[in-house]
Design a protein around this ligand. Sequence first.
Ligand SMILES: *Cc1c(COP(=O)(O)O)cnc(C)c1O
Length: 397
Amino acid sequence: MSQQNPVFIPGPTNIPEALRKACDMPTMDHRSSAFKDILHPARDVVAQVLRSATAEVFIFPATGTGGWEAAIANTLSAGDAVLAGRNGMFSHRWIDMCTRHGLDVQVLEHRWGQGLDAAAYQAALRADTDYRIKAVLATHNETATGVVSDIAAIRRAMDAVGHPALLMVDGVSSIGSMDFRMQEWGVDIAVTGSQKGFMMPAGLAIVGVSTKAMAHIDGAGLARCFFDFRDMQAGYAANAYPYTPAVGLLNGLKVAGEMLLEEGLETVIARHHYMAEGVRTAVRGWGLQLCAETPDVYSDTVSAILVPEGHDASAIVTRAADVYGTAFGAGLGEVSGKVFRIGHLGMITEGMLLQGIATAEMVMADIGVPVAMGSGVAAAQEYYRAAKSHTFDLAAE
Ligand SMILES: *Cc1c(COP(=O)(O)O)cnc(C)c1O
């Protein structure tokens, strides 16, 4: 299989050369004073990407899943009630983790393709008059269905009924690519990983924690050791870790954050919207539908594309990999076999996406999905050209 093609999975994403190089370091003694010049700048750029001036940033050698565990284990006790919306495989897995930790999860069921319903959160919180619910969980961007949810609306729902629970948000596939405002939205714990918007290899769990959430740690009864925020905080105060840090990955993360901030978060967000719109235009060109039910919940980092009845979406993913050396995302859980996914986050360009769209057309034709060769490519080309037309006008002057 060719190793040269970009990946079109929604994480791990394509790694820019500058970040590969930044991760590739000679061994450093992590107890030497040089480490602080990696550690603190990395935490600082992450806080800026999270858009918080006050969050404590913890970076564990783990993945996003470890970040979920750190969030709940440091702030909750067995038997605590948590309120969580489920609208896809990732929100499902976080719920499953809570259950395994002995939390009492009150699940708000949604259709897979629907955004999280702030009104449903509000109704459940209003009914919780004795404040049994200690945490409200929301997945900002459900990567399995390509659906973004309105976190600000969930915060408003909490505030409308004056509920004191912590707001914990999975931003694994949105932070660093889509609009995310930890402080403005009153997010108490934000979770992400290194291998999505930060364009890095997998290996870091990144967690932003509000002052309010930090105050819950001592009273939280869930067992934790590796993920204990207190040990990590004491380590950071001494420019170190309670164990061996992933120094190369931290150095890469520092550079990744600097790249995003130098481009400007508004520009990063607009770029992801533009790339995503081209893919969505291609899907319309094919005559296919997205799993996301309405335009207001379209994700700018991943599109889950419904294949017509009678066709197996998994066959598209398998054939793309085996025959054309190209990676698309498979359908997960309830939408397994029904959708395939194109990730369009991180380091990706129009040209790369046109390659992915063209390859998807070949694969669909191969397995008998009725899609005209070039229909998606041409639609996306027209979109990208039109969106960039002001640039041509400037050049002509
Ligand atoms: C990728 C992803 C995760 C899981 O992260 P890992 O790094 O694989 O542990 C969690 N939530 C969302 C929304 C994701 O996209």
